[in-house]
Design a binder for this molecule. Structure first.
Ligand code: AMP
Length: 204
């Protein structure tokens, strides 16, 4: 099964992707995670990506696609879960030439809750766990005890630009995949368990 997860920043794609990866034994490919890894170890790609990410803009398609095609090849172009890719029409068309997509799950969340979700999000640099700051009494990771950080692009000044990029460039993909007959929508307004239960209904 080859799956794409769609949804605005803060919709909960990463949280659901971790559960789906485990439950369905899929190769989780998160372009955001790959870019953050490159930024941490300061590769040329990481340094380039940082200049876009900190402004809330998309990293250029050629760079992003090179990363995705490499990861897809490693997965044998089967049984993958794409999280954060594609993010515009050009990427979706390129992906279609490269691999078969069986299902696209759109996690649908009211725009009004996104800013608080994103600005309040804290991420663990060690294990990748994320939580809202209001659920972290001492600022350490409940999973591994490391310090939780705010991503450079989760700050309020950047979030507006990310949501704008989503509305203009990524949201049209809902239509694109609906026309192909592979789109399913789930509500992302419930708890992570509730959202995952909806996804399981769709995927079995
Ligand atoms: P994410 O963790 O998916 O929210 O991604 C964080 C940031 O990485 C995005 O705001 C973009 O700057 C960059 N990024 C992630 N995926 C893509 C993509 N498919 N195309 C271009 N830029 C991306």
């Amino acid at each position: 099964m080859n799956i794409v997860l769609l949804g605005a920043p803060g919709a909960g794609k990463g949280t659901q992707a971790l559960r789906m990866e485990e439950r369905y034994k899929l190769r989780h490919i998160s372009t955001g995670d790959i870019f953050r890894h490159h930024m941490r170890v300061q590769t040329d790609i990481g340094n380039l990506a940082r200049s876009y990410i900190k402004k809330g803009q998309l990293v250029p398609d050629e760079v992003t696609f090179a990363i995705v095609s490499g990861a897809l090849d490693e997965a044998g172009r089967e049984n993958f879960l794409l999280d954060g890719f594609p993010r515009n029409l050009a990427q979706a068309e390129k992906l279609d030439e490269f691999a078969r997509i069986d299902k696209v799950i759109d996690i649908d969340v009211d725009f009004s809750v996104l800013t608080d979700r994103i600005c309040g999000r804290r991420s663990c640099m060690e294990c990748g766990y994320t939580a809202h700051v209001s659920d972290l009494p001492d600022g350490t990771c409940p999973k591994c005890g490391s310090e939780m950080h705010q991503r450079i692009d989760d700050r309020e000044e950047t979030v507006r630009s990310r949501l704008d990029v989503y509305a203009r460039q990524t949201a049209p993909l809902i239509d694109y995949y609906e026309k192909k007959g592979v789109l399913v929508r789930v509500s992302g307004m419930g708890s992570p368990d509730e959202v995952f239960a909806e996804i399981r209904k769709v995927l079995g």
